[in-house]
Design a protein around this ligand. Structure first.
Ligand code: MN
Ligand code: MN
Length: 363
């Protein structure tokens, strides 16, 4: 059994063998995996690591930094800055971009990451993760600038996440499907255990923070209310809620067995068009989900087409099983066009006797 396993390096070398344009990408991803192994080790130690609790500082978005946010950010930087493959890095925990220091060789890849996603869950021992995305610096001799990182999700060369749960897994894509690896701790290697992950097109599980319901837009309210109505409602079947509140854990579940995940725009804070960050949360997850046969949207546009204007830009996120995500998209279109009136007005509600489709289908 041990003799025929596919390690991460073997997989990447084979996967990228015929893509000379991506020269060095496999080595870069192996370095990311090395960082992830270190993070996995420190996260698994829990309180024994001495790194639990707040760092006493805020990140660039005013969120309290945990000691582990700071440590895991340093691990990512130090494991990836020396290899000569990167021009620079950007992270949730750094206000501005971090060009590769002058004493190292430089390449033209850009690495963007959320070193510890779900870090508010760390003190309660719930699964957390690391999310990353790889871009290429535009050609030319110009010094690296923030604008070089502000690119649509479609331009990602690779993306992935690690999840630190009962086992540590690395799930990644280089644009040829989404593949999962499990860390064999005794040997210290990531082993290919989930080749070609496919998200089921249909699902009866939805994940959303319902405490924000009063702030949602009508199309999202409509979708969730229909799920909640279950068998008796328009959907004629029952749904289940699943919500870990750790994006990596919630997205990992839907990659493994289907589901829809929503962090939609809401009216709670007018300055925030959503809560999740485009470049190092939504973007890489959208790439992974699409490569696994799912869909990712803001409700109004494919997530992979959104071009960021700032490094830490937030975006509404709806992703997962194809048929459910496109239904939510349809509800947004209908809302924009005003054709969801049957839902808005109780008299012409699609569950009422007056709904036109019911009259024609009446038996
Ligand atoms: Mn995060
Ligand atoms: Mn984070």
């Amino acid at each position: 059994m041990l003799t025929h396993r596919t390690t991460l390096s073997k997989f990447l070398i084979q996967e990228l063998a015929n893509r000379p344009a991506l020269n060095g990408l496999s080595a870069l991803l192996v370095d990311v995996a090395a960082a992830v192994k270190s993070i996995s080790a420190v996260v698994a130690k829990g309180s024994l690591s001495g790194y639990h609790g707040n760092a006493g500082s805020d990140n660039s978005q005013g969120e309290a930094q945990k000691k582990l946010d700071v440590l895991t950010n340093d691990i990512m930087l130090s494991q990836c800055e020396w290899n000569g493959l990167l021009a620079g890095m950007a992270s949730e925990e750094m206000e501005t971009i971090s060009p590769i220091p002058g004493d190292y060789l430089r390449g033209d890849y850009l690495l963007i990451f959320d070193p510890l996603d779900g870090s508010s869950n760390i003190d309660v021992n719930v699964a957390v993760g690391t999310i990353f995305s790889v871009l290429r610096k535009p050609a030319g001799d110009k010094a690296l600038e923030e604008a070089d990182f502000l690119r649509a999700g479609r331009e990602q060369l690779a993306a992935g996440y690690a999840i630190y749960g009962p086992s540590t897994m690395l799930v990644l894509t280089v644009g040829q499907g989404t593949h999962g690896f499990t860390l064999d701790r005794e040997i210290g290697n990531f082993i290919l255990t989930h080749p070609n992950i496919r998200i089921p097109e249909d699902t009866s599980e939805y994940a959303i923070n319902t405490s924000n319901e009063r702030f949602w837009e009508p199309p999202v309210k409509r979708y969730i209310q229909e799920c909640q109505a279950g068998k008796a409602g328009a959907r004629k079947r029952n749904f289940n809620t699943r919500w870990v509140a750790s994006m990596v854990a919630d997205v990992h579940r839907l990659l493994m067995r289907g589901g829809i995940y929503l962090y939609p725009t809401d009216s709670k804070d007018a300055h925030m068009p959503g809560r999740l960050r485009l470049l190092y949360e939504a973007g890489p997850m959208a790439f992974l989900v699409e490569q696994a046969g799912g869909l990712a949207t803001t409700g109004r546009a494919p997530l992979m087409q959104v071009v960021p204007t700032t490094l830490h830009q937030r975006v509404p996120v709806i992703l997962g099983s194809k048929n459910e995500v496109s239904r939510v998209e349809r509800y947004h279109t209908a809302y924009e066009n005003g054709t969801d009136q049957p839902y808005e007005s109780p008299l012409f509600n699609e569950r009422s006797l007056f709904a036109p489709q019911r009259m024609t289908q009446a038996r």
